[in-house]
Design a protein around this ligand. Sequence first.
Ligand code: GLU
Length: 371
Amino acid sequence: MKKQFMPFITFITALLFIAAGCSQSPQAKETPPRMAAAAPAKKDGLPNVKILATGGTIAGAAPSKTSATEYTAGAIGVDALIQAVPEIKEVAHVSGEQVVNIGSQNMNNETLLKLAKRVNKLLKSDDTDGIVITHGTDTLEETAYFLNLTVKSDKPVVVAGSMRPSTAIGADGPSNLYNAVKTAAAPDAKGKGTLVVLNDRIASARYVTKTNTTAADTFKSEEMGYIGTIADDIYFNNIMTRKHTKDTDFKIDKLDKLPQVDIIYGYQNDGSYLFEAAVKSGAQGIIFAGPGNGSMSDAAQKGAVKSVKSGLAVVRSTRTGNGTVTPNREYEKDHLTASNSLNPQKARILLMLALTKTHDPKRIQTYFNEY
Ligand code: GLU
């Protein structure tokens, strides 16, 4: 991402984006782009889907069609996103709302709470049947998992992004947005928790993770599999066994802050000083991204134990990318919990929410086992 391109591109790239989207099919050319407006009444039986835009590559623009990695994320607004894919109006009444327009590396707890509250408010109304959130891919899985734990509705919530900016040859944003709206409009998508749609796959927010820095097929649910696929129609293949949305303990409506939880990476020759720094800076919890089955060097374990004695919750996760971290007795006696199969960044999301309810390691472990 190069910010210096901003002055050149704002207007021209918006036009390019619209042109790119409209050249997807002959039908797109025949349909005059319309501004996003309030969702009309459901006279024709089509559901009302709200698109909440937050930025990312899907709203990114580059100075040339061949730039796939040098671009400004969050350069295009929600109206242009919708206009670029007029076909979505065949599957739902869509209306857009710009929540923020940022690269998702800048997504923070404050915006996360704002977004989740907005989703809950919209879904309470009969005027909204489903929600699509457009998001940068870098931290998309964290936002999706947060919504999976805090949305109090069965209605579909779908998070989508893209790997190529809107101006690139083969931009994947228009098809991902179309598929996301189609999924959010599908009656079968109800009650499945927050879904992530990219690259013709529907993934559960609980399991999906970004696995590749630049490739279009970066989002994988390794070992667990996707929950569904999209091949013109939508095919759901798996069911979610973990608790989500209405079945979780977490209510965020009255929260204006989340507890600070930091992630510390485990490696050869690591020490306890990063734990001390986290305690000093006001953390209430620490996720340890340990090697293997969340193992800890003697020095890291010492830091973790000291943190627990200072009142923090410490959860062992893994840097391996796959597998379950088991609650080994050696660590349990030190009141260290295990992240189950949550990767460190998602373990952080769950621990922040868990800490709004309890500091008891046993209860925290139960959350990790169930969610
Ligand atoms: N780093 C940016 C973000 O996460 C761009 C990456 C993307 O969206 O693919 O928003």
